[in-house]
Design a protein around this ligand. Sequence first.
Ligand SMILES: [Zn+2]
Length: 255
Amino acid sequence: MTTERAARPLLRAGRSLGRLILGAARRMRRALDDLVLGATCAGCGTPGSVLCEVCADHLEGLPGLLTTRVGVPPVVACGPYRGTLRQVIIASKDRGVRSLARPLGVLAARQASRHLPTGGRVLLVPVPSSPAAVRRRGYDHVGELSRVVALTLRGRGVRVRVRHGLVRVRRVRDQAGLGRDERLGNQSGSMRWRGAPPNAPVVIIDDIVTTGATLREACRAVAAAGGRPLLVVALAHTALSRPDAELRPTGERPA
Ligand SMILES: [Zn+2]
C-alpha cells in the first residue's frame, strides 16, 4: 500500500471532523443571532428562529427573475425586492443577522446554477461595499453571500472560486433617492480591479439591483482588467415595480 493510499482514511476523517466543527460553529452563530434578536423570524416576526419554516418555504418557492436590459451581462435575481425577501435582505444587511447569508446564498446559487455552464470554471466576484458600510454592519454581507453561493455551486459541480478582485477607489454618494443618470455618474470610475487579471469568466454577486449603475461600473472594471463578465447574480431586483420592466421568470421552481 502506498503512503498516499494509507493516508486516505486519515484525510477523510479530517474532512468529517472539519465539517462537524463548521456545522457546530454555524449552529452557534444562529443561536447567537436568535439570542440577539429575541429569536424572531426576519420575514414575518414570528418568535422562534431568525427564519421560520413558512418564510423559508416562501423564499424557496420564488421563481427567480432574469433580465438582460440593464446594460450588463444577464442579471438573475431570486425575486422582486418586496415582501418576505425584502424583509430578510434588510435583516441580513442592515440588522447584522449574519446567519441569514446562508439561506439567501443557497437561493442565489440555485438561480445561478441554471445559467452557468456545467463543468465550467468561474470566478465569483462580490460587489465591494464601502469600508464605512462594512464597519457599520460589522461584516461584509455581499462577501459572506458570495462564500455561501460558492459552496453551494461547488456542491452542484461548478468549479468556482471567490475572488475579492474589485475595490472602491473613491467614495460614492448614497444611491437612495438618486435618479438613473445620477446613479450612473455617481458610480462611474469608482471601482478598479486589484491584482492579477481574472483567469476565468466572472460572475458578479450583488444584493439588490436597482438601475444597474453599480453593476455597470463593476463590469467595466472587470473588463478593463481583461476579464469577461458572464453573469450577474443578485438577491432581488427592484425593477418589477416599474411598468417597463422586462423581467421574466427563469423557469420552473428551483430544484
Ligand atoms: Zn417567518
